[in-house]
Design a protein around this ligand. Structure first.
Ligand SMILES: [Zn+2]
Length: 348
């Protein structure tokens, strides 16, 4: 039997439910695809759009989409006329005009296939007026229209829109899955061998997002800055596992000067602390790590950190982040954080 959405890593619910519904010809006429930036919303939308137009979609001996039929080839070359994309572009929101344009051509039958797919990127940026216009469209769509609404925050959509669409949540991936994905990219395997440190950093900095991981690995300048941040975060985590303040304070001059950059490092440390907390609570070998790229690396750090200390460090990081948001100078925030993290010894 041909695989469904074989290029999509993870996301079994999407493969099993939506892919099979398309195969059987009873998919929903509207989907809301929810996920953070780089979480794979676009990949999923493109796959659904290709699948509903694939000429072999009802034939289970072909993969879905087949990638070979005329429609699949046109979609790949971006010359397919039955996919309409709407986005906010450089504007802050998507106004009612964009939806009016959709409504004007809504009942015109598709050209290339028997489905026309409307992909609305940043649907959470639709103005209330635009959302109301869209609602009218979703209430009485022609049988050949399919709507894919991509957004980061589904709560910004009207309840009446949400109730008329099936909601798809993009998965966040474990480090192991992200690493597998990166290695499968063209040249990915080679990059992992030539520059293992950068590869590891891209995996752990991606926060489980495949799009972000790829961007980090490809982007040279941004990649190297982030690599440095990740190294700093890893060093700070290992120093925080000890009980001495002086090596931590010695790190201060090497920290970035801007509060925003320090915040990114603190977020990374917090991801690491979360990994260690999960490690303490589970004895599974194939567990979900976000910051650490291997269980061995995480175990080495975790051995010196009791669970209560990890929670305490997490609290201290949250306080530090709040203070940086409140414009307290980096030096003060960092020094106070170091001392409050180490105070834990006296707490137990
Ligand atoms: Zn096809």
């Amino acid at each position: 039997m041909g695989n469904i959405f074989s290029s999509l890593i993870g996301n079994d619910i999407i493969k099993n439910n939506i892919g099979k519904d398309i195969r059987a010809g009873h998919n929903s006429h509207a989907y809301i695809i929810v996920g953070d930036k780089g979480s794979g919303k676009h990949t999923i939308a493109e796959l659904i759009a290709s699948a509903v137009s694939c000429e072999h979609r009802f034939d289970s001996s072909y993969p879905l989409p087949c990638g070979e039929c005329l429609n699949c080839r046109k979609i790949k070359k971006d010359i397919f006329t039955d996919i309409v994309r709407i986005s906010q572009g450089d504007k802050a929101s998507i106004g009612v005009d964009a939806i009016r344009t959709i409504r004007e051509g809504l009942y015109v039958t598709p050209n290339d296939s028997d489905v026309r797919t409307y992909i609305i990127e940043g649907a959470d940026k639709l103005t209330p007026q635009a959302q109301n216009a869209l609602l009218l469209t979703l209430e009485e769509p022609p049988s050949f229209a399919l709507f894919l609404l991509l957004c980061e925050d589904q709560t910004k959509l009207l309840e009446t829109i949400r109730s008329r669409a099936q909601i798809i949540r993009c998965e966040v991936f474990s480090s192991a899955e992200v690493a597998r994905f990166l290695k499968r990219m063209p040249g990915g395997e080679e990059l992992s061998r030539k520059n293992p440190a950068k590869f590891a950093a891209a995996v752990s900095l991606s926060g489980g997002s495949l799009g972000k991981a790829e961007q980090l690995l490809r982007g040279s300048e941004e990649g190297s800055t982030l690599l440095k941040s990740r190294e700093t975060a890893a060093k700070l985590i290992s120093l925080l596992s000890g009980s001495k303040s002086s090596p931590l304070l010695k790190m201060l001059p090497s920290l970035p000067k801007s509060a925003e950059d320090v915040k990114s490092i603190l977020y990374l440390i917090d991801n690491g602390i979360r990994d260690l907390c999960s490690l303490k609570r589970s004895d599974e070998c194939d567990m979900f790590l976000v910051f650490f790229t291997s269980i061995e690396e995480a175990l080495e750090c975790a051995s010196d950190m009791p669970y209560r200390k990890l929670l305490h460090i997490h609290d201290c990081i949250c306080t530090a982040l709040r203070r940086l948001d409140g414009n307290v100078p980096v030096k003060t925030v960092y020094t106070d954080m170091v001392f409050s993290c180490l105070k834990h010894k006296r707490l137990v």
